[in-house]
Ligand binder design. Structure first.
Ligand code: GLV
Ligand code: MN
Ligand code: MN
Length: 473
């Protein structure tokens, strides 16, 4: 029967070491305790491999596959959470900083110059044959939703680093630089405004968000300062179009389509647009025992009617409209008090921008009517509005060629979920690779990607990078 053995090998020199190489050994487990005896670089990888009990001591081992490296790091990053037993890593928190430090270390290990930018993104650069050349930018996000899965976002960042590490190990430089950005806020959980990291890089960051407050009343401006960043310098994160050859993102599909097609990877055609609103209904708080039903102005009962109307409206649409109320807060929030004020969010998406905009307008009219009939004051703010972002045909072609070269059928699909490409499209053409996830489950702790699929995604991305041809003209 085989058993797990931890092997040490020198990453830059790519020379596998064996049990005979003088490493400490406690029987079956060989642990890495000191600087690599090969190059003394201090940046050596530790790999785990299945071995047979009669393994020859001088047998040379293969480094772990890209998929194995990726899965190990996904788990390592997922351990950084603000909630015990759950994965929650929100923008500008202590946990986000710890995650940033870990990722920056991985980038440096992969031969990149790495830094935290002005908005909290982790940025790494692997120079090309000629220093200062424009870059192929790879990225995804490293923040999460609350009680998240561990693959949404981090898979794209970790896979991109694994690809660069592979080039670095082989000493390979390309005619262009590669940059990786781990965006600090894509989910928009904390300040109700999404894509903050990629908007800062695209130069479209809206500084009015500085005054937005989280659930604890902390403004984004103050949170930036606590994190160690200067709000006045946010503009320093912006990049110019001429610096980028393209933006490429690998991400889990977050839906069931690839699984149904029995395919590990797919080419994304476009990222669906979205509108998010923050609603606040204000009535009159009062005594739950004394105010007759007909005389109440119950904000929570009004919100419940609004939520039902949103669901009903989207359910009866037959063109793929989806609407979600994902957050609600009632104040003052006591069993024996009529709720006087309720805040809730609305997220609406549709296959076309025109359909989404019309639907949002219809839903707003219904909410206004409900508020009026119930004598509730209504405040409705659009907190996020993103048009559909098409993926560039020339990048789709190059991704398709890489998928075919890896021996998989080429399958194209749209993304219903939002991604950083929606912001990056303002300064670069965008391409996306989707990786299959189990049951299409996402934004949920059961989110899962098989190791073989993570490996397939990484091999496709590496092939795209190595065969990348910038757009002509
Ligand atoms: C991001 O995950 C989104 O689509 O909301
Ligand atoms: Mn997400
Ligand atoms: Mn995501």
């Amino acid at each position: 029967m085989g058993s797990m053995i931890t092997l040490a090998f020198c990453a830059p020199a790519a020379v596998p070491l064996t049990r005979a190489s003088g490493l400490d050994c406690d029987g079956w487990l060989i642990r890495w305790h000191r600087t690599c005896i090969n190059c003394r670089c201090g940046r050596c990888a530790v790999l785990q491999m299945e071995s047979s009990t009669d393994m020859a001591a001088d047998k040379a081992f293969q480094p772990a596959s890209l998929g194995e490296q990726i899965v190990r790091r996904i788990d390592e990053l997922a351990a950084i959470s603000e909630e015990a037993g759950k994965l929650t890593r929100i923008y500008l928190t202590r946990e986000l900083k710890a995650a940033a430090d870990l990722i920056l270390g991985w980038m440096r290990e992969a031969g990149m110059n790495a830094h935290l930018d002005a908005v909290g993104n982790v940025c790494g650069r692997y120079e090309g044959e000629r220093p200062g050349a424009p870059c192929l930018m790879l990225g995804s996000h490293y923040d999460t939703v609350r009680d998240a899965g561990k693959w949404d976002g981090p898979l794209g960042v970790i896979t991109a680093i694994a690809c660069v590490a592979d080039l670095h190990r082989r000493g390979k430089r390309l005619p262009f630089a590669i940059e990786i950005v781990g965006f600090a806020d894509e989910e928009g959980v904390r300040f109700a405004s999404t894509l903050l990291g990629s908007r800062a890089v695209a130069g479209t960051f809206d500084e009015s968000v500085f005054n937005a407050r989280d659930r604890d009343g902390v403004s984004m401006r103050d949170a930036l300062v606590t994190f160690g960043l200067d709000p006045e310098h946010i503009g320093a994160a912006a990049r110019a179009r001429r610096e980028l050859l393209a933006y490429l993102e690998l991400h889990i599909e977050q839906g069931p389509v690839l699984e149904a097609q029995n395919l590990p990877v797919g080419v994304v055609t476009a990222i669906a647009g979205a509108t998010r609103l923050a609603a606040r209904l204000t009535g009159m708080a009062g005594h739950a025992g004394t105010v007759p039903m007909a005389l109440r102005r119950d904000a929570l009962a009004g919100a419940a009617e609004c939520i039902g109307a949103i669901e009903q409206f989207c359910r009866t649409d037959e063109s793929g409209l989806v609407g979600t109320v994902g957050y609600i807060q009632a104040r003052p929030g006591a069993t024996n008090v009529i709720p006087g004020e309720v805040s809730f969010t609305i997220d609406m998406r549709a296959p076309t921008d025109m359909h989404r905009k019309r639907s949002v307008a219809d839903v707003v009219r219904q909410i206004e009517a409900i508020a009026k009939r119930r004598h509730l004051a209504l405040q409705l703010d659009v907190t996020h509005e993103n048009r559909t972002a098409p993926c560039a045909a020339w990048l789709r072609d190059q991704i398709a060629q890489a998928i075919a070269a890896e021996g998989f059928s080429v399958f194209e699909l749209p993304s219903g979920a939002g991604h950083d490409g929606m912001a990056m499209i303002d300064i670069a053409d965008v391409g996306m690779i989707f990786v299959r996830c189990r049951g299409g489950i996402s934004h949920h702790p059961d989110e899962h990607v098989e190791l073989a699929d993570a490996d397939a995604g990484a091999r496709v991305l590496l092939r795209v990078i190595e065969n990348f041809r910038p757009r002509v003209g």
